[in-house]
Design a protein around this ligand. Sequence first.
Ligand SMILES: O=C(O)c1ccccc1NCC(=O)[C@H](O)[C@H](O)COP(=O)(O)O
Length: 254
Amino acid sequence: MTDTGGIAPAVESILATARQRGGGDERVSVDPRPLPAAIQRAEAAGRVPIIAEIKPTSPTTDGERRDDPVELAEQMVDGGATALSVLTEPEHFGGSPETLRAVREAVDVPVLRKDFILREDQLDTVEADLILLIARFVDDLDELVTAARERGFQVLVETHTEAEVETALDAGAEIIGVNNRDLARLDVDLSTFESVAPSGSEDVTLIAESGISTQGDVERMRAAGADALLVGSAIMDGDVAANTRRLTTTETEQ
Ligand SMILES: O=C(O)c1ccccc1NCC(=O)[C@H](O)[C@H](O)COP(=O)(O)O
């Protein structure tokens, strides 16, 4: 694993269970719904491209939301979500591969599998349009990016530092997320995206992740170059359709 030094106990626990988790028996083959095209459609329709996350709970959330994930997904799409992110991690986030399967069947937007994937066999758990790989935790990013693409997945490489962005670009990443949440301390700082996101790379789709809750936050991340924003807690807390609509209809200048 690349670097797990000095990370929060909750994340140590997430990684320990991820190392134990098996993968699928059969290699998956995905015909993905393209994220860049979905982002373009949202922008043409005057909506901010938001990837709304179905996150029943997390180490930094109080309690668990037990609503039907398919209903939540449909409400997010009604609210204008460009894509969905579905947690499949069971122990710390209340997710499951079955949830993702059901959500992907019910909607027609791209669906990201949000999990802590460390090995190739874990790619074969369930079909998704995109898969998340966290640069900090994957041993050989090039190898896993290639393995994911061979299965048809689009790959979102998550970063938190400039060095990780370099690693992602070296691995040929075309979709890069900058997580404003520091997985070492679990604190969130929106200036992370502003300082770490690469500028001027037209070929890369840039996603600002975590800590986005207000229309001001949306404007700030868009002004810093985010093509799309990944939002979990602020959408899951309350009326998910209304929360999604509030963020997707923010006026931004790009
Ligand atoms: O969300 C957490 O508490 C968390 C804790 C430990 C590792 C990862 C965690 N979250 C993963 C994410 O990247 C977020 O779910 C996602 O970016 C949405 O963030 P937010 O909008 O702040 O819920």
